[in-house]
Design a protein around this ligand. Structure first.
Ligand code: SAJ
Length: 442
């Protein structure tokens, strides 16, 4: 491990050359922060358009990302960040950070296709004494059983002797990428304490949050579990919402009164759970648990509840239309919100996509609006004219400014389904809407 002390010194002195593979929501801000800290950084991505945009000093990530546009411009102009698609750039790189997607297959098994390509391309150019850190979310056991063997095979080098390997799972959130990257505590899982120590020296340059040293399996467990935990919490809120609808209760009032108890924190029910983390990380944990014969039940049940919410919203629409004697088929429905999260442009695993598919399969003519998605921008009031129903799926701040009487004015029939508690029942009823809100009985 002789070289590791030299590497640590180079990192402390910011003389270490850094590479970030994968310039998405995680990799781009990561590369920029290290470049802004004074390191020479090379960013690698397969997407030539993305590379071109970054090399022009522009961020390819749309949506509100405070500080990111200026940061990209600054580090590219200063020459501290260069991007390309050729792994040959990595030959003299001392630290490689891997931030590529680790989605799940239809079978809910991990899909490590992108990660495998990166590891097998990196292996042959790996520099002696370099530190490789995987930031992608991994199912527990992946570092030991997948990343390590592939890197050793393609590099013909040995971990701990010729290179060092760590896992530091990303903790970002679209809309707050830089803030989260700088302030969230990070779990630093080196293969051994000495490697973790070098990883801490690296992340100290860009992270003010705690850097908690641990091992590979713990880092993998923390990341997948923190999101499985959130998914189960959301599923519980959704289950209570459905119970309230059936019992004539109001989940929003129930939740408000429960959360008055200091140690309670019931999350928000809603029209579904999307994004790049929550819908898939539970399955990463689940797949390892099943493989280890741990027979998990809550994790998969929560996924089923949350994935069922868009169809629950569709049922609410069908019931509302039936109450006014209108069939779903041939009706015109406006869906408000296509991104998975409010005030973000991110549409990955969007619950709205599931809803739209379900509506179209029932012969509904669907119109989509979303101020953050270029294809779906437009005037909400104009889009609402001649429609039979409106479904609110994403709580964009723009929607809380909607004037309900104006929205209702030119609708053919006035049905409003509120999937995110954005509107007021009394007000909606007063302008003639047949109004239904997630979690509220009639
Ligand atoms: N959602 C609900 N009810 C809630 C919270 C969220 O229905 O109470 C829905 C959202 O509408 C969205 C989905 O769940 O469709 C995910 O929302 P999220 O707030 O969890 O946002 P994400 O997907 O960006 O989650 C990320 C995660 N961070 C990382 O994986 C590093 C998550 O662990 C964080 O808790 C979350 O950001 C955050 O709170 O910052």
């Amino acid at each position: 491990m002789v070289g590791i002390d030299k590497l640590k010194t180079k990192i402390i002195q910011k003389k270490a050359k850094i590479a970030v593979i994968g310039l998405g929501y995680v990799g781009l801000p990561l590369a920029c922060l290290f470049a802004d800290a004074g390191f020479s950084v090379v960013g690698i991505d397969l997407d030539k358009q993305r590379i071109k945009k970054v090399n022009q000093g522009l961020s390819p990530i749309a949506g509100k990302e405070p500080g990111l546009d200026d940061l990209v411009k600054r580090v590219v102009t200063s020459g501290k960040l260069n991007t390309g698609d050729d792994y040959a750039y990595l030959k003299d790189v001392d630290v490689v950070l891997i931030a590529v997607q680790t989605p799940i297959k239809k079978s809910h098994q991990p899909d490590y296709g992108a990660l495998k390509v990166v590891l097998s391309s990196l292996g042959p150019v790996l520099k002696d004494g370099s530190l490789i850190i995987v930031e992608s979310t991994l199912s527990p056991g992946t570092m030991q059983n997948f990343v390590l063997p592939i890197l050793e095979k393609y590099s013909a080098k040995r971990q701990g002797v010729d290179f060092y390997l760590g896992h530091c799972p990303e903790r970002v959130m679209p809309g707050k990428l830089l803030m989260k990257l700088r302030n969230m505590p990070r779990v630093v899982g080196g293969r051994n304490p000495q490697i973790s120590d070098v990883m801490v020296a690296l992340y100290k340059h860009i992270v003010v949050g705690d850097l908690d040293v641990t091992d590979w399996i713990t880092a993998e467990l923390v990341k997948t579990t923190e999101n499985a935990y959130r998914d189960v919490q959301i599923a519980f809120a959704n289950e209570v919402a459905i119970i309230c609808e059936k019992l004539g209760g109001n989940v929003w009032k129930v939740r408000e009164l429960i959360n008055k108890i200091p140690e309670r924190n019931m999350l928000l029910p809603g029209a579904g759970v999307g994004g790049h983390c929550i819908p898939k990380d539970p399955w990463l944990l689940y797949s390892s648990a099943v493989e280890a014969n741990a027979t998990p039940r809550l994790i998969n049940a929560a996924r089923e509840v949350n994935d069922g919410m868009p169809m629950h919203v569709l049922d609410m629409l069908e019931n509302a239309q039936a109450e006014i004697g209108r069939a779903l088929k041939e009706s015109r429905v406006l869906v408000l919100g296509y991104t998975y999260l409010e005030n973000s442009d991110d549409t990955r695993n969007s619950p709205s996509a599931l809803l739209v598919k379900g509506l179209q399969e029932k012969g509904v003519h669907v119109i989509i609006h979303d101020p953050y998605v270029h294809a779906y921008q437009g005037d909400v009031y104009e889009l609402a004219s001649d429609t039979d129903a409106i479904i609110l799926m994403t709580a964009h701040e723009e929607y809380s400014a909607i004037v309900l009487p104006r929205l209702a004015k030119n609708m053919r029939t006035k049905v409003l389904i509120d999937g995110r508690n954005c509107f007021n029942k009394e007000e909606a009823n007063s302008v003639g809407f047949r109004y239904k809100k997630i979690g509220m009985g009639d």
